[in-house]
Design a protein around this ligand. Structure first.
Ligand code: 3AM
Length: 190
């Protein structure tokens, strides 16, 4: 049976996305070995579900809950991990009980379908780029220093605030160049 790679996420308000892309320019110009997220792919990941066949995907789509709407604020850039290394470069999400409640509701709804709960705490963020793997041994993460320096100078700009009234079930197709996401279902919040 055909397997799909599924996750849930929130699309960004256009204005917030535009502001993020504008503020991102100097970071992109830093010349670091990064794979920047394609504009179309920029989103806030909620629950990563993983591989599912057609039947399981339908069950998941039907089970996704309608939690309460909430306001979301995106502010500032950051990266994982700390130090000079860089795995993920992101736009920040202000602490948000509504968002945390939606994440918890999704986990509660999917657990009976065999979707494992996340072991790590939910740290919402908007992934904008990933550091490319560097040659091992000796090459500590110096190529990312330009980005780290710009981050130290960057303020905590508010990129956008809007009411989240829906989220999405996405399927992701990985290719060598980039992932392609398609929206399988949009779930309205109440
Ligand atoms: O865009 P971000 O980074 O927030 O990192 C992957 C991406 O989120 C994440 O799911 C989103 C769509 O691919 N992801 C991929 N594999 C994962 C895994 N095994 C994962 N998250 C958790 N566990």
């Amino acid at each position: 049976m055909k397997e799909m790679r599924l996750f849930t996420g929130i699309a960004l308000a256009e204005e917030a996305k535009a502001r993020i892309l504008e503020a991102l320019r100097p970071f992109r110009r830093a010349g670091a070995p990064m794979r920047w997220t394609e504009e179309d792919n920029i989103h806030l990941t909620l629950k990563f579900i993983g591989e599912a066949g057609e039947t399981q995907a339908q069950r998941i789509a039907a089970a996704l809950p309608a939690a309460a709407r909430f306001r979301l604020r995106l502010r500032g850039f950051g990266k994982f991990p700390a130090g000079d290394a860089l795995r993920v470069f992101w736009a920040g999400v202000e602490e948000n009980p509504g968002l945390a409640a939606l994440f918890a509701a999704i986990e509660d709804a999917l657990e009976p379908l065999g979707v494992a709960r996340e072991e790590r705490p939910f740290h919402p963020h908007v992934t904008l780029g990933r550091g490319k793997a560097l040659p091992p041994r000796g090459q500590d993460a110096w190529p990312f220093k330009g980005i780290a320096a710009r981050l130290r100078d960057a303020g905590e700009t508010l990129f956008g605030e809007w009411e989240v009234d829906r989220y999405r079930l996405y399927s992701s197709r990985l290719t060598r160049e980039r992932p392609f996401y398609s929206v399988l279902k949009e779930i309205a919040l109440v």
